[in-house]
Design a protein around this ligand. Structure first.
Ligand SMILES: *[C@@H]1O[C@H](CO)[C@@H](O)[C@H](O)[C@H]1NC(C)=O
Ligand SMILES: *[C@@H]1O[C@H](CO)[C@@H](O)[C@H](O)[C@H]1NC(C)=O
Ligand SMILES: [Cu+2]
Length: 132
């Protein structure tokens, strides 16, 4: 009986996981689209790289354009001949925000032009307040 209930609960948790798509570099612009998503534990964000040579690199609210110590990072994904690449990040702890930037600095600094992205921004730490 307990086993059956546990199994039902586990199934419910598994089937509730959602997927979110975020394009990186849509229309040759230096943008993540959408600029933020709100997710639950176990949900996955799929970053679809569609132009140029960008990254999705974890940063911090305090320092948006610097890589976070121990943070996750897609690395640079250069899109040649319009073949999209996807990098996925599964959120295991949705209780606090995750901040991302594009780490490309050549020939321009993408983050400093506003190429940033947030997972689970809050009222205090909003996406609008997250910039260089
Ligand atoms: C995300 O992209 C995949 C692959 O293109 C697609 O199959 C899926 O339907 C998309 N999901 C959403 C929620 O748009
Ligand atoms: C992508 O950008 C990075 C960082 O500027 C650079 O090191 C790398 O060589 C670039 N990749 C390609 C294929 O141009
Ligand atoms: Cu970029």
């Amino acid at each position: 009986m307990i086993f059956a209930i546990s199994f039902a609960l586990a199934s419910a948790l598994v089937t509730s996981a959602a997927d979110f798509n975020v394009t990186v570099g849509a229309n040759n612009q230096l943008v993540f689209d959408p600029t933020s998503v709100t997710v639950q534990n176990g949900d996955t964000v799929h970053f679809e790289f569609v132009s140029k040579n960008h990254s999705a690199t974890q940063s911090t609210f305090a320092n948006p354009c610097a890589r976070a110590d121990g943070g996750v990072d897609s690395g640079f994904l250069n899109v040649a001949d319009n073949v999209p690449s996807v990098w996925s990040f599964t959120v295991n702890d949705a209780s606090s925000p995750f901040w991302f930037h594009c780490a490309q600095t050549s020939p321009a600094n993408h983050c400093q032009t506003g190429m940033v992205f947030a997972i689970n921004p809050t009222a205090d730490k909003s996406f609008d307040a997250f910039h260089c």
